[in-house]
Design a protein around this ligand. Sequence first.
Ligand code: DQA
Length: 159
Amino acid sequence: MKIMVIQGPNLNMLGIRETQVYGPMKLEQIHAQMKDFAGQNNAEIDFFQSNLEGEIVDKIQECYGEVDGIIINAAAYTHTSIAIRDAIAAVNLPTIEVHISNIHRREEFRKENMIAPVCSSSVVGFGPFGYHLAMIGIMQVIAEIKGMQEQQAQATTQA
Ligand code: DQA
């Protein structure tokens, strides 16, 4: 099982930026924990962070045919980017979006979400632990899809 983690703008500043909102943990620490958890579950995991919308679109497109699922925190682009939304819809992979803070309890403009409607589900407001929850979630979704595909394949060979 292969998982791609995509991190949007300013998440490279975690541990420095608005620690009262996002906490003290650095992105590298979050990724190290995710890598450990992936290893314990025989999953391959890769990480990508960019401050540029087009680079995030490129990375999502690269996932097509290469990975089984995506975990994405599109950060501020969540609220604005039709291009990232369309890329997620285009590759049609199981995708879980994460937000460290509870975007529903913050400014009005953070309530607009372009990404959520094309994702399998959202994890919001759990702090960095949300990435761990997203990993459990994505592995479950991928396992269910693989199970269904195997059942279908069996049914076709039996027919
Ligand atoms: C964020 C929430 C966004 O509104 C914000 O622009 C971010 C981080 C979060 O993880 O809580 O950069 O996605």
